[in-house]
Design a protein around this ligand. Structure first.
Ligand code: DLL
Length: 433
């Protein structure tokens, strides 16, 4: 189901013409209203009139998270506070959060993008959507909520937490779709089972899951545990919130970027050079319709690649491959680059392991070390020590074979690792740098 046929299936040429027109408008607006952009464009020797084609985008300087911090909280807004109807903030791990603002029209745009995302998941106004993304400063809860209402579906505003209550509502209200992080959905599946609920017999048909990296293997686990179709949704507060890109149920391979509102590029994170379609690198987004808080060439640190092939669903928007991780989550273990999601893929392939794991990074001398803690199933846990040792060895070997890194593996009892209601924190970094 395509929510906005007119825009979502625009022929490439028309889409690019629209993007250029919108880009020129936004570049001119930020140059004339925000001191930060005027200074940074002047420094780069580029003026709004220089943007004559989409290719000229690369002449504009990047914007990075630090720029948002330097202008905390509202310094990059292009409209007076009286025109701002909502603020959100992303929870940085340290220090002040990143603050974003929306005008009335921005909220309407966002709701439409989320309605498009739900439609891409095959949902209609006849669906009941259980929204377990957190409501509050996090964009997940309210972002999905407004989109569900815009679609005309019935929304259950659960927010995160109160896991037992979530299970009760899932049983009693019979939602057909659920929104939350993939790790939380696995936790819900586990908690339900423990309460004696047959999680496969719920009315749930589809999960709209995102806000953290996850693997194809994790998708299989979720789909089997709940007998649903699990789809990936991507977004970030700075650019809008959820609904920047969404996987469609027909393709299930890559997420369509809503290109009539965002221009996406992939760059080499080291050199900043724009890479051709198909190359892996860092995603960079430019918002071309946002009023309150437009961002020009924002470096996300998320690693992906773009797939221009037309999808069978009929949408003409380019797809981005599922995000494999963030450049700042990448671990460098004895010179080898690894993403937690790659480790996840290897673990999920091994029988007897549960989809709950944690990575502990430490340093011995000048060497980084990595310990993988992973839960085993009840059945495996009751095996004799020798069996467990054999399993540890197998994991170490598989990780070495697939990823080329030597790790220490520690099998832990079922249900001992921490569970998360929102984004899972997979890596514990004990290095003192
Ligand atoms: O996580 C927005 C969101 C809410 C997206 C609900 C999807 C669903 P932030 O808290 O600002 O916003 O975090 C953004 O989360 O830069 C990625 O690193 C990561 N992320 C978001 N979606 C995905 C995904 C929301 N599908 C940061 N796969 C981004 C991998 C994701 N990583």
């Amino acid at each position: 189901m395509i929510y906005n046929e007119e825009f979502e299936t625009l022929p490439r040429e028309a889409l690019e013409a629209l993007q250029l027109k919108r880009l020129q408008q936004v570049v001119s607006r930020v140059y004339h209203t925000v001191g930060f952009y005027r200074r940074s464009f002047d420094k780069a020797g580029v003026r709004p009139d220089d943007i004559r084609s989409l290719d000229d985008l690369k002449r504009l300087p990047f914007t990075v998270k630090q720029d948002l911090r330097d202008n905390y909280p509202f310094g990059l807004f292009t409209v007076p506070m009286t025109n701002i109807v909502r603020v959100h903030a992303s929870s940085g791990t340290t220090g002040k959060p990143t603050v974003v603002g929306y005008t009335k029209r921005d909220i309407e745009t966002w709701a439409e993008l989320m309605a498009r995302a739900f439609s891409a998941a095959g949902l209609t106004k006849n669906d009941v959507i259980h929204n377990a993304y957190g409501y509050g400063l996090f964009t997940g809860g309210l972002g999905a909520h407004y989109g569900a209402e815009k679609l005309g579906a019935s929304v259950i505003p659960m927010s995160g937490g109160s896991t037992k209550k979530q299970i009760m509502i899932l049983q009693d209200f019979g939602p057909t779709a659920i929104c939350c992080t993939p790790s939380y959905l696995l936790f819900l599946a586990e908690a339900g089972k423990e309460m004696g609920v047959d999680m496969k017999s719920l009315k749930l048909r589809v999960g709209i899951l995102g806000a953290e990296p996850w693997s194809e293997k994790m998708r299989e686990q979720i789909e089997t545990a709940l007998d649903i179709t699990a789809l990936d949704i991507y977004g970030l507060s700075e650019i809008m919130g959820p609904g920047v890109a969404m996987e469609c149920i027909e393709g299930r391979e890559g997420l369509h970027v809503f290109e009539d509102h965002f221009i996406v590029e992939v760059i080499d994170p080291e050199t900043g050079e724009v890479l051709p379609y198909g190359s892996k690198g860092e995603l960079v987004f430019t918002t071309i319709t946002k009023e309150a808080f437009p961002l020009i060439r924002y470096r996300t640190k998320d690693i992906s690649r773009l797939m221009p092939e037309i999808c069978k669903c009929g949408r003409t928007f380019v797809r981005m491959e599922r995000v494999s991780g963030r450049s700042d989550d990448m671990l460098i273990i004895r010179g080898v680059n690894v993403f937690p999601s790659q480790i996840e893929s290897v673990l999920m392939d091994i029988e007897g392991l549960e989809p709950h794991y944690q990575l502990i990074v430490d340093r011995e001398g000048s060497m980084d070390t990595l310990e993988i803690q992973v839960e085993v199933s009840e059945q495996v846990f009751s095996d004799e020590i020798r069996q467990l040792q054999k399993l540890e060895k197998r994991i170490t070997k598989d990780i070495k074979d697939y990823l080329g890194v030597t790790t220490k593996v520690k099998l832990v009892e079922p249900k001992t690792l921490q569970r998360y209601e929102g984004k899972a924190q997979r890596v514990i970094d004990k290095r003192e740098i």
